[in-house]
Design a protein around this ligand. Sequence first.
Ligand code: KIV
Length: 256
Amino acid sequence: MLTSLPDLRLKKQADERVTVLTAYDYPTARLLDEAGVDLLLVGDSLGMVVLGMPDTTGVTLDMMLHHTAAVRRGVKRAPIISDLPFHTYDTPEQALANARLLMAAGADAVKLEGGVPFIPQIRAIIEAGIPFVGHIGMLPQSVVVEGGYKKKGKTPAQAEQLLADALALDAAGACAIVLESMVPEVATEITRQVKATTIGIGAGSGTDAQVLVTPDLIGSFPWFRPPFAKAHADVASEIQRAVSEWMQGVKSELRD
Ligand code: KIV
């Protein structure tokens, strides 16, 4: 069934769970769309799981535009969310100009990382009519500043801040909010208090939607997988098996 971004509110009211997966290229996007995934995310995680970078801070807007366009070509049904990468939304003007470029490349909505301090940027995007998805909790673009990936919401002060961020995004008009790596009780409480669809990753099972980085789900990036992400396939081994089988055939084949 087709899930448009406006459908999200109806699904929340009906307590219907929503599925979100990342896609970075044409074939994966097409397969996920044909499989019926509700929403696709061209995440800046592509820097790590596609481009081999140590974190997401090196991802550029040009990379996001390139991959968003490839995903667009593969998708007929699922709405596509694209990430604004690190330092491409430092001011409201910059955020809006770059959000427009992502939309022109094929996105249906844009996402950026941050809460209350980024409300002016978020308002500029939403007031221009661009559907917006928030992202709070553990923020991968802050990994260098924070000195690592740290679960959020462990102290009452952190939990209060996360709730304040979520309420501010909700009031600004975000249609969905990613809640990444936070204490499950905090994610559940945010889900209860906001109208937006909450999309959890490493935040327990109390959110409206769940998102995974697709290479974690299908086992195509075997060198690292976060503990909360269960692989449902072992694509890396299957690639290596197919390659070995083909190489053996080539090496043992007699010349005509
Ligand atoms: O970049 C990404 O893939 C993301 C998800 C982890 C939510 O933002």
